[in-house]
Design a protein around this ligand. Sequence first.
Ligand SMILES: [Mn+2]
Length: 485
Amino acid sequence: MTSADPTTDPQKLPNRMTPFSEAFKEFIPQGWADYPPAPAPLPASAWTEARRAKLRELFPGEALVLPAGPYRVRSNDCDYRFRPHSAFAHLSGLGTDLEPDAVLVIGPDDTVLYFHPRVPRTDPEFYTSSRYGEMWVGTRPSLDEMAALTQLDCRPIEALKADLARVGAPPLRVLRDADPAVTALVDVLRDGPAEDKDRELAVAVSEMRLVKDAFEVAQMEAAVAATKVGFDAVIADLPEAVRRGRGERWVEGIFGLHARHLGNAVGYDTIAAGGDHANTLHWIRNDGDLKPGDLLLLDAGVEVDTLYTADVTRTLPVGGRFSPAQREVYLAVLEAQQAGIDAARPGATHKDIHQAAIRVVARHLEEWGCLPVSAEEAVGEDGGQFRRWMVHGTSHHLGIDVHDCAQARNEHYREGTLEPGMIVTVEPGIYFKATDELAPERFRGIGVRIEDDVLITESGNRLLTAAFPRDPDAVEAWIAAVQGA
Ligand SMILES: [Mn+2]
């Protein structure tokens, strides 16, 4: 890749950049066509004003400072691809890689989006700045264009400080974790940190995403549909993944291709775990081979351009058929998952989903002779022995973040009541490590998780991921159909 100044200060050219001559500076602004007309509003912009009004009601008379966040350094002068803070995305409607260093300020009477608009081509930033220069990052929006896109009042980021500090400005709260520079600015303006007040804001922006609006549900459906394309493509290429070696990487790459092609990215690092690797819950190194007799645990989701992500796990026989032992474990997990899905209804809690699923898991573990106590004791408060084989939770909220609404209070999350419009996962598993001497020998090295995305409805729930086969016969038929066998 090419290198340039990581700052926006054109006077500080890096040691690799040749200084620009006066002749170049005079020549470069000339002879460019006009910029295209202002863009159409983002579809999300029809929904964001209602979200902001809801947040404003919680903090009357205050100004809420919600940064998109800065670029983050990957190494040296290379940044990670930019991804805006989830609360910023939710309340501005911006997705993909928009807009680094921007700040949304929701005041008592108005909302203003502050950002660094494009500069005239006479400004050296045009050709020297690898972060903001049009020559480096492409055409960036003007204030008017960003206003058209977001339907928000837009001002240059340089005006933020003066606007927040002006006489009679409302008291401030800031989303502290989004942008350290903005947090520091707000702390100076209000004479020190107010972490408790800011914490309330972080909780509020998280909790207001618990129930999804109709636009969000449609985005989740799109994310699930794109994820299905990715899973189908992985299945189609399983023989190739086996043949090439390091098949887990091949699988990760195939899924990632479709995530980038159909959406913004993967919503989280893909877990492509062959054989015993499935028993490492966050196996993202993905450097193992795939073998025809093994299972592949694929936990992957596409994040669409609005940043909503699916979160799906299927455990697939690499060679197309489950062995009897694999099928036995798979059926136990499927039964547990179905119990969890059945429990995912309005009025129930996450805990209810979990309890329903782990009761089934524990019963099977008891039947297999794994547990040192009865299944009942194992799921009791003083037990928990079953967790040796399923240490994770069964369910979490899903949306712009794969673990959405993570700052929500316990009483609104784990112990909170499920309501129509919430989207949660149901994902039990059973994991028998190859080294587990308490596991029946035939099960050692087998790990199974099945994960679906569930929309809570008035009458119960709707499986958003219903297009992904779950039953083992249906999974085998899926593989055969996709591979044209
Ligand atoms: Mn999950």
